[in-house]
Design a protein around this ligand. Structure first.
Ligand code: FES
Length: 119
């Protein structure tokens, strides 16, 4: 089974994904949380364009953390710079699910506020 659902909070929007057919977008790794969000018209801030060079795509994984690809050292370094980082934090552009479980992902309020304020 490689299809799974991913629920984005706090908007409470759920989308279906298939790990065997990773969604590709201009920004983020194929099949990443960011790619899936963008494909489904959900905005997660991604200032560096999804190349692991900022921390604006920080999300908190409430469910399914273990089904995600392991974070690289570079991602860990970037996450250290993110406000409000938790043990369940990932960079949405780098985290790719293997489809073994449902994902619940929270986009932190401060990231959304930052987006609103910077426009
Ligand atoms: Fe910059 Fe993910 S968008 S690290």
């Amino acid at each position: 089974m490689s299809s799974y659902s991913i629920q984005f909070l706090p908007d409470d929007v759920s989308v279906e994904a298939d790990a065997s057919q990773p969604v590709e977008t201009r920004d983020g790794l194929p099949g990443s949380i960011l790619a899936l969000a963008l494909k489904n018209h959900l905005d997660i801030d991604h200032a560096c364009g999804g190349v692991c060079a900022c921390s604006t795509c920080h999300v908190i994984v409430r469910e399914g953390f273990d089904s995600l690809s392991e974070a690289s050292e570079k991602e860990e370094d970037m996450l250290d710079l993110a406000p409000g980082v938790t043990l369940q934090s990932r960079l949405a552009c780098q985290a790719v699910a293997d489809g073994s479980s449902k994902l619940v992902v929270e986009v932190p309020a401060w990231n959304r506020n930052l987006v609103a304020e910077s426009h």
